[in-house]
Design a protein around this ligand. Sequence first.
Ligand code: CMP
Length: 155
Amino acid sequence: MERANSDNHALQKVTMALERTFSIIKPDATERNITGLVNAKIEEAGLRIIGQKRIHMTTEQASKFYDIHRDRPFYSDLVDFMTTGPVIVQILEGENAVSKYREVMGRTDPSEAAPGTIRAEFSKSIDANTVHGSDSLETAAIEIPQFFTDDEIVG
Ligand code: CMP
């Protein structure tokens, strides 16, 4: 029993890791002036914004960021859209931040997103889908340094 309890405790530690994930609030949200509403959803979920800045992505930055989608038919529209206006780049920290943020965002296509999620409430289409979030810890570790230096992260 003693052993089982300590195993459970160890498992809980493994499954409740403090993580960081990368987020972008996209041009459709800055255009509609709803970035505060998106941030409220993030904070209500228990995620902490430990890095944040408003930038206008260059075509070079957006092309590099979405390079993984280079061969998909939507790639050039995606790069164009991400450079149409300002975006907010963010680092979010919290327990299981990667999967938690994906839950808070909802499915990529807003018509499939669960009620109460950011994309269900605010998104117009799969292209103008309001937010991006890293799909894994490994991806977050690649995405974060594309937009933040260490001294811009204040945890
Ligand atoms: P994001 O999480 O930023 O990652 C890639 C983006 O491509 C995605 O959100 C969508 O906004 C956009 N996109 C457009 N069409 C598709 C599609 N068919 N499948 C996935 N992503 C798409």
